[in-house]
Structures are given as C-alpha cells and as structure tokens.
Ligand binder design. Sequence first.
Ligand code: HEM
Ligand SMILES: *[C@@H]1O[C@H](CO)[C@@H](O)[C@H](O)[C@H]1NC(C)=O
Ligand SMILES: *[C@@H]1O[C@H](CO)[C@@H](O)[C@H](O)[C@H]1NC(C)=O
Length: 463
Amino acid sequence: MELATILCFFAPFLFLVIFKSFFSPSKGRELPLPPGTMGWPYIGETFQMYSQDPNVFFSTKIKRYGSIFKSHILGCPCVMISSPEAAKFVLNKPQLFKPTFPASKERMLGKQAIFFHQGAYHANLRRLVLRTFMPDAIKDKISNIESVVQSCLNSWEGKSITTFLEMKTFTFKVALLSIFGKDEILYREDLKRCYYTLERGYNSMPINVPGTLFHKAMKARKELAQILAQIISTRRNKKPEEYNDLLSSFMDEKAGLSDEQIADNIIGVIFAARDTTASVLTWIVKYLGENPSVLEAVTEEQEAIIRDKEESCEEMGLNWSDTKKMLVTSRVIQETLRVASILSFTFREAMEDVEYQGYLIPKGWKVLPLFRNIHHSADNFKEPQKFDPSRFEVAPKPNTFMPFGNGTHACPGNELAKLEILVLLHHLTTKYRWSVIGAKNGIQYGPFALPQNGLPITLYSKK
Ligand code: HEM
Ligand SMILES: *[C@@H]1O[C@H](CO)[C@@H](O)[C@H](O)[C@H]1NC(C)=O
Ligand SMILES: *[C@@H]1O[C@H](CO)[C@@H](O)[C@H](O)[C@H]1NC(C)=O
C-alpha cells in the first residue's frame, strides 16, 4: 500500500485518537494491551514501517513481541496479528470486527459496495455474487474465457510486453464477461475508458480540485454510473432467461437492489477481480521462468490434456473436467498465492472492547491479520522462502493458508480466479515460450505485491 493511501486512511482518526488519549479515563477492566511500541505521539511508527519493506517491519516485530503486537501508524492505533488462530478469530467474528476502508476509497468505489457492509444487506449481496461465481455457474463460461485467452495471447505473440499490464487487459475482459455476459462487447470500450481513469485516481492523494487525478477519477466514477444506468435500462426490456450473469443476478426482482446499489457493486467487483488476478498471473509467469523443472511439469500436464482430447476425438475446447485434471498446475497457483501473498494483510476495526488471549483490543482500534507473515512463517511452511509447489501435495494445516481470506468476507470470486488462470496457463505453456527482459528481483506494492516494473517479457510462439 502506498503512503498516500495510508495517509488518507488514517488522517480522519488522528483527532479522535489525540483527543481520546488525553481525556478518556481508563476503563475498569485491567486487561493489558498486546506488547509492542506505539512510537512517537501522532506519527507513531509510520516512518519505521515505510523506511523499509513493510514486511520486514512486521517480521522484526513478530520476532521481538510474538504473534500479536500493537503499533501506531499515522495516529491510528493498531493490533497486528500473525497467528493462524488469531486471524481466523478476527475474520470469523463479524459481530466484533467490521471491515474498514479510507473514506476516499468508499467514495470512489461507491458506498453501497459489498466490502463496506455487514449484516443483512451484506448477506444478500454475497448470496447474489456467489450465485454467479460458484463452480456450477462458471462451468458454462469456459469456452468464452478460452476465446478471450486465445485472442490475448495472439495479440502478444512476437512482442515485448509488460506482463502485468497485459494480464490486466485479460482479467478485465473476463470480469466484464462474467458481469454482462454476451452484452459485454457492446460496452467494453466505454467502460474501459472510464474504469482506467478511475483506477489512476485510486492511489492518488484524495484532493478533489480540478486537474488532480482524484478529481478526474471522481468524474469518471459519475460517468461509469451513467453508463451502467443505461445498460440496466436496456436490460429491463429483455427476457431475463436470456442471461445468466452477475447483472441479471443483481437485477432479479427478489434481490431488491436499486440501480445505484447495482452500479456500486459492479464497479466493486471489477475492482476486486482485476488487479488481484492479474498480479497473481504475473507472479506465475515469473516463477515458471525461474523454475524450469516446474515449467516442464506444467507443460507436460497440459500437453497430456491436449493428447487425450485428440485421441477421444472430442471437440477441442477445454471443459470443466479437463480443468480438474490440472493438478500440477493447480499446485503452482497455490504456491504462487502463498509465496507472492499479493494481499499482504487486510483491515478490520474492533466494534467493542475485545478480549483475546488475555489481551485487550480496545474499541475503535484497527486489527490487521498479516496474511503474508502467516504464509511465510517456518512454523506453517518448511523453508518458507522457497518456491516449491509440491508442498501442496499435502493439505496445509488449518488456517495457515488464506490467500482468499476467510469467514464472512472471504473472496467469492476465488473459483473464477483459479479457472481463468488455469485456462490461460493451458494455452501459454503448450503454445508459447517467453524470456524476461532485464531480470530484476524487486517487489513493488501498488497496492498489490507485484514483480518490479510489472515483469517485461518477450513472448514467442513455440512453432
Ligand atoms: C487471485 C485473485 C484474487 C485474490 C487473491 C482475492 C483475494 C481476496 C481476499 C483476500 C478477499 C477478502 C478481503 C478481506 O477479508 O478483507 C477478497 C474479497 C473479495 N473478492 Fe477476491 N480475490 C481474487 C479474485 C477475485 C475475483 C476474480 C473476484 C470476482 C469475480 C473477486 C471478488 C471479491 C469480492 C466481491 C470480495 C468482497 C467479499 C465480501 O466483502 O463479502 N475476487 N478477495
Ligand atoms: C470433457 O472433455 C473430455 C476430453 O478431454 C471428455 O472425455 C469429456 O467427456 C468432456 N466432458 C464433458 C462434460 O463434456
Ligand atoms: C476458513 O478456514 C477454515 C479452516 O481452514 C476452512 O475449513 C474454511 O473452508 C475457510 N472458509 C472460507 C470461507 O474460506
């Protein structure tokens, strides 16, 4: 996450915290706070955290204080947790911990989007989203996804590309396909133009004056809502049976959603689906390039699927049962999700004073489950820094592997994400080879963990 993001996230709490620390008398309960240092008043430990890789900051703290410790980032007191049990506790107690985001992010995605909510409204949205993205519903989309894969790979062939940027184009198309079904093509260009402007403002300082990226993003957000209103009204004149996509799920009368609620959630799903899946794909391309024996095993598995198809004279397209045979490839995805941990952590906020393992987590404090540290702990994974997909031949211990979160807000798109990655890898490994341009080993956070410069590569056809 960038400093700007953190800044605008915590600034609103500053006043409150300073006020509270001077005036609020300590409660009667005598539970201690978790260990840790709060740093200087006001700035807390922000500079320590940002003067280095945040994960180094976290792991240094874990070594010193254990799996639960407190800190203070830009005026905002936090408890960071890195034990599997504690992460499970926080993510599965929605009555104690609510999701929390900077106000500027809420305005950009839309206040009614699923991430920001709890209770009945959240449960209703979740049901509608899961209905569209569960295995039975996405099975039928494989051939569409496959066409998108083929046209993308075709357009990259023989060129030098930035893997992350091109993967974003791919995941954007798949997201639109699952949201708008066959109508996707009609709206692609307009939606793309607005969405890309919105995105550029997402990581900028939230200053809403003409000329700033944030201002342009807010304008693009309005235009997006207008386009979506147009799409919804066109769809109202069509027969519902013609569609089985997220929009029709949201427009179901029984769902009871307003146009504005639908728009906020469509923008929210595009946001949740796109950069996440594209960064995972970028990491996979990187790790396969660095591990020739793994690449060979994946290619062999994918070629076997093609051979089987040729022998049985089946239609050539992939189907659901083919993807279930991709065991080696699936382990590569799991191991990439673990090593890369693209969502290093998430945020919750304590809604009341909570006691956990003898410590007090005070009301209003942020709680950060540190996914990356859980995935990189030697207690949970042997030689954690090593990329070794075969470790997933044995199921990981409970709650030690949460790339899609856990509990009430766990990722409802995980099946689609895995499916589109498998289909892309099938074609990539059987028909193409690639070389990385100017191998660099850094990680950038924007806000998802990503290989330095988005991994520039040149892609060649094998033939
Ligand atoms: C590999 C790619 C992906 C990863 C690693 C990922 C990860 C996550 C994680 C960790 C959460 C929970 C965050 C929290 O608890 O604070 C989440 C939530 C969510 N994800 Fe994903 N995601 C991915 C792809 C997708 C896709 C493809 C979609 C849409 C089809 C999607 C839709 C969502 C939505 C709507 C939520 C919010 C759920 C709620 O608040 O109830 N994600 N994702
Ligand atoms: C999927 O394709 C395989 C060939 O790879 C074939 O044997 C199988 O019957 C197909 N399954 C379905 C459900 O069409
Ligand atoms: C949460 O974690 C438990 C234990 O690892 C697992 O059984 C469950 O399926 C997870 N739930 C979700 C929604 O990921």
